[in-house]
Every structure is written in structure tokens, then in C-alpha cells.
Design a protein around this ligand. Structure first.
Ligand SMILES: Nc1nc2c(ncn2[C@@H]2O[C@H](COP(=O)(O)OP(=O)(O)OP(=O)(O)O)[C@@H](O)[C@H]2O)c(=O)[nH]1
Ligand SMILES: [Mg+2]
Length: 288
């Protein structure tokens, strides 16, 4: 169940923090010009920015203030039943009424938030971005441009092709390398920063991604597999990643590891089934 623009009477105030970025985040002129070329008479919104939000009271305000904002862009916030002051912080942002804010009535996970966001997206290209201050709005253009230019259907932000400004735990890196090897060996995909949530995709992929089965963080892996198995072009693009300095990571490593490997196994079997149907030329029977 979702509600739009829930009101909250909690009036606690405190200073939110401003996130850093490699470029000046307010300098979006090049992107605005570029998006204008993709507008047409019938449709002004061409880019949808989806922001999954769960208890990010210290960072959400500065992110919203630093995001590109004009007629060609819509910003969709999916609040997953935050229990902190996040919603009050959003209300303090100039032009609050311009945001699409969707509230889940219970916490239902990162992936589910992205799926909800897709249902409300009207842009030609959709970008998802974290609200914990690790991603910079200045990198949005680099992720969406290959899609508008027709060079890719789905882009994945990569700190290894770009930069990261914090100490990366060895377990995170090892886990990512392992998933990278699995994706490469069993599916022929090479993506180093495969768990990164800063990514963009063409609106034609919405029906494909909406049917994802993994509603938590394993959604990131499932998204890659669904795009690849349905023969869409995936491109890893450089982005800059920053330290999470406020709040806490919602990842439960053991649960995530289990879900990712369950996801890899399910899609390996799907791929096997798909190949079988291709051989028998009965591909029509394959259901996504
Ligand atoms: N809507 C929604 N958003 C969530 C949920 N869990 C996390 N998020 C958001 O997803 C983004 C990423 O969450 P993090 O817990 O920082 O995960 P991460 O950045 O992949 O991992 P770390 O490197 O450990 O920080 C943040 O913007 C969170 O607010 C959830 O259950 N629902
Ligand atoms: Mg994070």
C-alpha cells in the first residue's frame, strides 16, 4: 500500500549536512540544454530521479537541494516508513510541492522502493540514487547520457572506473569480486561494481524490472541479470563514491549474501531453460 504526501507533525529541527561532489553540483547547465533537446511538445519530463529513503534525516535535505531541478526532470522519493526526522527535512526544501513523495505503509526493502518509484516515473530515462550522501548528483549526467544517446539500455555506476573516497572493507570487495566472477563465468557479463545502486535505465525496461522477485538489496543483482538475459545493453560508467558519514548502512551482510546467491542460482536455471527453448524454437513460452 502506498500513500502520497503523508503529513507528519514531528517538528524537531537540526542542521542537515551538505554532501560533497567532484564537480559543482549546481552546475547542471550542460545537462539542462541536453535534456531540452529530448523534450517534445507532448511531453516535458524526460528524466525521472528515484530516491529510495529509509531513515536518512541527516542527508536527505542536502541531496534534494543539490539535485538538478527543472521542467524536464521529476524527483520521486520513496519513503519506506522512516521513523526518524527525514520527512520533516524534506519539507524544509524550497519547492517541496514539486517532489513526488510516496510512502510505504511498512518497510519493504530497497528493491521494492525502486519498483514503486518506477510505477510513478514518467521520464524516458530513469535514474536511481542513494539518499545517504554516498552518491553525487554531479554524476547523473554521465549515467543518463549513454542511454539518451542510444549506446546503452542500462548503465551501472562504478567507483572502480571513477573514484571512491573512503576505506572499502575487505569483505565488501571480496564479495563483489566473487559476484563479478560468477556474473562473468555464468552469464558473460563483466561488471565490477555490481552492487552499486547509482544506475540508470531506459523506460522500456520498467515492465522487466517491475517483475523482480528480490525486493531487498539483491534487486541490484537481479536487475543486471534480467537486463542481460533479455538481451539489453549494460554499460558500467565511472562515478564518484563518498563515505557514509551519517546514519547507518541498512545492509545485513549474511542475508544479502544468501539472497544474491539464490538470485544467481535462479537466473542460471532460467538461462538454462531459455537456451533449451531457443534450441527448440519455442521461445514464446518463456515467461519473465
Ligand atoms: N525505501 C527504502 N530505502 C532503503 C531501504 N534500505 C535502504 N534504503 C536506502 O537505500 C540507500 C542505500 O542504503 P545503504 O544501507 O546505505 O546501502 P549501500 O549504500 O548499498 O551500502 P553501504 O556501502 O553499506 O552504505 C539509502 O539511500 C537508504 O536510505 C529500505 O528498506 N527502503
Ligand atoms: Mg550507503
Amino acid at each position: 500500500m502506498k500513500l502520497l504526501n503523508r503529513e507528519n507533525s514531528n517538528k524537531t529541527t537540526f542542521n542537515s549536512v551538505r554532501i560533497r561532489s567532484s564537480k559543482n553540483a549546481s552546475d547542471f547547465q550542460e545537462m539542462y540544454m541536453y535534456l531540452k533537446e529530448h523534450q517534445n511538445i507532448r511531453k516535458s519530463v524526460v528524466l525521472s530521479i528515484i530516491l529510495p529513503l529509509y531513515n536518512e534525516e541527516k542527508t536527505i535535505r542536502s541531496i534534494l537541494e543539490d539535485l538538478p531541478r527543472n521542467k524536464s526532470i521529476e524527483i520521486i522519493i520513496i519513503d519506506d516508513h522512516s521513523s526518524d526526522n527525514s520527512l520533516n527535512e524534506i519539507r524544509k526544501v524550497d519547492g517541496y510541492g514539486q517532489f513526488k513523495i510516496i510512502h510505504h505503509l511498512a518497510n519493504s526493502g530497497y528493491g521494492n522502493a525502486i519498483i514503486t518509484g518506477m510505477q510513478y516515473a514518467t521520464g524516458d530515462v530513469i535514474v536511481s540514487m542513494d539518499t545517504d550522501g554516498q552518491h553525487s548528483p554531479a554524476d547523473i549526467f554521465d549515467l543518463i547520457k549513454p542511454i539518451f544517446d542510444g549506446e546503452a539500455d542500462n548503465t551501472i555506476g562504478s567507483r572502480y572506473l571513477g573514484s571512491y573516497h573512503y576505506h572499502l572493507p575487505i569483505a565488501t570487495r571480496l564479495g563483489e569480486v566473487l559476484i563479478e566472477k560468477f556474473l562473468h563465468f555464468f552469464f558473460g557479463i563483466k561488471i565490477m561494481n555490481n552492487q552499486n545502486g547509482f544506475r540508470a535505465f531506459d523506460k522500456k525496461l520498467i515492465p522487466l524490472f517491475s517483475k523482480a522477485k528480490f525486493k531487498g538489496y539483491a534487486f541490484c543483482t537481479e536487475q543486471i541479470l534480467r537486463a542481460k538475459l533479455s538481451e539489453h545493453r549494460i554499460l558500467e560508467c565511472p562515478i564518484n563514491l563518498y563515505n557514509r558519514e551519517y546514519g547507518y548502512s541498512k545492509i545485513i551482510l549474511r542475508k544479502l549474501t544468501l539472497n544474491i546467491f539464490a538470485c544467481l542460482l535462479i537466473y542460471f536455471l532460467k538461462k538454462f531453460h531459455l537456451n533449451l527453448l531457443k534450441k527448440r524454437k519455442t521461445i514464446k513460452g518463456f515467461l519473465w
